[in-house]
Ligand binder design. Structure first.
Ligand code: R5P
Length: 296
């Protein structure tokens, strides 16, 4: 208890300095509540405005994917170099130490497998789980043009409603059906629909032609999905092009954990995303780090 008699009389209210009212650094996110913003600021680095999300949720529909057979051995050493881990509650609880200070993006849609119609997902995790697990966002797959398009969109809007109640953002993941053209026209459509219906940020694929029209026409941040494994230089170039053309980072899986040197690759991706490193310099960094780790 402070001693009342000892209290100082002089106070300085800095009347001449107006209180700062900064805007929020993320595109389209200024009107969100404090908790939402705080969670997004744990996913996106406020200094660069971007994120390196490490996606390791593939097992939720395709089982032990190459590179993810033993997450304790293959993935945990990469965690220090990621801004965020995107994964399922099963892997989070069973393998990731609760002492981690990395932000978590939890996969909350599911219910299908590679043996069935993938768009037939539902919400597979209660909102209370996301609160309990202290996650920074919830990821829902959206299948625009897919067989269960409406069901997947409503999955997303339900999570937006529930997440808004608790201050947890929703990440819409645009899944491309087998028969869909992977072009800017399709991704403009898919991303804009997700944003209009309330997604707080959106994960989508990079396209060579007109990707900047996808980012420009989406009012909230876009993160680039990695896609299937390609040579390291090409993946770095794709990430570079995406962020230079308006993406707020990447959500990459196979191009990191299936790399010849995942620990070197995630650092090279980080250099491209957070420091605007060119693909050539980032590839040099990848090779240097790869050689260091193979000789240590
Ligand atoms: C797939 O649906 C999963 O959500 C992955 O998170 C996503 O595909 C990103 O991983 P990758 O970079 O391997 O495509």
């Amino acid at each position: 208890m402070p001693d009342v008699e000892e209290m100082k009389e002089a106070k300085n209210y800095h009347m001449d300095i107006p209180q700062k009212t900064d805007g929020f650094f993320l595109k389209g996110s200024n009107a969100l509540d404090w908790g939402m913003k705080n969670r997004l600021a744990r996913i996106f680095n406020p200094e660069s405005g971007r994120t390196v999300m490490l996606a390791i949720d593939h097992g939720y529909f395709q089982g032990p994917t190459t590179g993810l057979e033993r997450i304790d051995i293959n993935i945990l050493p990469l965690v220090p170099y990621a801004d965020t881990l995107m994964l399922t509650r099963g892997i989070l609880r069973s393998i990731v130490p609760a002492s981690t200070n990395k932000s978590i993006v939890l996969r909350v849609s599911g219910g299908t497998s590679i043996l069935s119609e993938l768009s037939n997902e539902e919400i597979a995790v209660d909102i209370e789980e996301s609160v309990r697990l202290n996650v920074c966002a919830m990821a829902v797959q959206v299948f625009i043009g897919g067989e269960k398009e409406k069901q997947s969109i409503i999955n997303m809007t339900r999570m937006v409603d529930l997440g808004t109640r608790y201050g947890i953002p929703t990440l819409a993941v645009t899944a491309v059906g087998k028969d869909m053209a992977r072009d800017a026209r399709y991704f403009r459509l898919a991303c804009r629909i997700c944003a209009e219906l309330g997604a707080h940020y959106i994960k989508t694929y990079y396209v060579e032609k007109d990707f900047e029209t996808v980012t420009a026409s989406c009012p909230v941040p876009i993160v680039m999905a990695g896609g299937k494994k390609i040579p390291e230089f090409d993946a770095l170039k794709m990430a570079y092009n995406a962020v230079q053309q308006g993406a707020s980072g990447v959500d990459m899986g196979r191009n990191i954990f299936q790399s010849e040197s995942p620990i070197a690759m995630i650092q090279a991706v980080g250099a491209v995303v957070h420091h605007n490193e060119t693909p050539e310099k980032a590839f040099d960094l990848y090779n240097t780090l790869k050689n260091e780790t193979s000789t240590s």
